[in-house]
Design a protein around this ligand. Structure first.
Ligand code: GLP
Length: 264
């Protein structure tokens, strides 16, 4: 794992967007794993800007989102398909046929999960997977005790997750009880993972995810097993990390990061 600490949320989001853009330019057929949540909004804002101003080309890439609520219609403003349309898809030249989210309204949810896994495999696997982190330490909707070998499946949401998403639904009791999510095993198979976390309320869980013991209680700790995972945080979210001086030195000196040090 590598940890990169940026001064604020905006520059952290900018760095993640630049990483994605660099991968996309190197491989126009990139298979991009996408995440939702407030944190990711800044990444998508920058990607849209790069498309408009720098001609960043999404025409050949394909996308797979981590998760989707069960039971919401695609037009529902709270579902993740709607989020992705609003924050990214309709502003860039991605081919809608190449954008994938699990269908939370499928009559047979288990079959839907199997076909989502099959679609990822058919596209050759995910090259670069974006990840946020929930306050309970989940990636996607891999709630506490998610098996590290789990595949795309239906998960029942944990109380803390319902609470965290309550605002959007007008109360925790109105949040859908279940979601389809890529499994921890699915996520670990992507060739690269980039996690973004910002703000003081993520500081404790980021310290546990990055430096704590590996445990199925916190699915983000599984990323410690990934061969190529970059965690990007702002100062506020880095606040509880024990090794921050070391992480800063790596970012400041490793040639790999040179092109990412002074971003606009
Ligand atoms: C939801 C999503 C996660 C996301 C998390 C964090 O639970 N399923 O993929 O990482 O929210 O959201 P936020 O960025 O709003 O804190």
């Amino acid at each position: 794992m590598e940890v990169i600490i940026r001064p604020d949320a905006e520059s952290a989001g900018l760095l993640v967007a630049r990483i994605v853009a660099t991968d996309l330019r190197a491989n126009p057929h990139l298979v991009l794993g996408l995440a939702t949540g407030r944190t990711m909004e800044s990444v998508y804002r920058v990607l849209v800007r790069m498309h408009r101003k720098e001609g960043l080309d999404f025409s050949l890439c394909s996308t797979f989102n981590l998760d989707e609520y069960v039971g919401l219609a695609p037009e529902d403003s709270r579902c993740y398909r709607h989020y992705m349309n609003e924050h990214l898809f309709r502003h860039v030249n991605v081919d809608a046929r190449n954008t994938h989210l699990p269908n939370g309204q499928a009559a047979d949810l288990e079959a839907e999960c199997r076909s989502y896994e099959a679609a990822i495999a058919k596209f050759g696997g995910i090259d670069c997977q974006l990840l946020g982190i929930g306050r309970a330490g989940h990636i996607g909707f891999n709630e506490p005790l998610s098996a590290f070998r789990s595949r795309t499946r239906v998960k029942t949401l944990a109380p803390l997750t319902l609470q965290q998403n309550a605002e959007l639904f007008g109360g925790a009791d109105r949040v859908p009880r279940r979601a389809i999510t890529m499994g921890v095993g699915t996520i670990l198979e992507s060739r690269r993972c980039v996690m973004l976390a910002t703000g003081a309320d993520k500081a404790e869980i980021i310290a546990q995810a990055v430096e704590g013991p590996i445990t199925a209680m916190i699915s983000a700790t599984a990323l410690q097993l990934h061969a190529r995972c970059t965690v990007v945080v702002d100062e506020a979210a880095a606040n509880r990390l024990a090794g921050s001086e070391y992480y800063r030195r790596i970012f400041a000196t490793e040639p790999e990061w040179e092109q990412f040090r002074n971003l606009e």
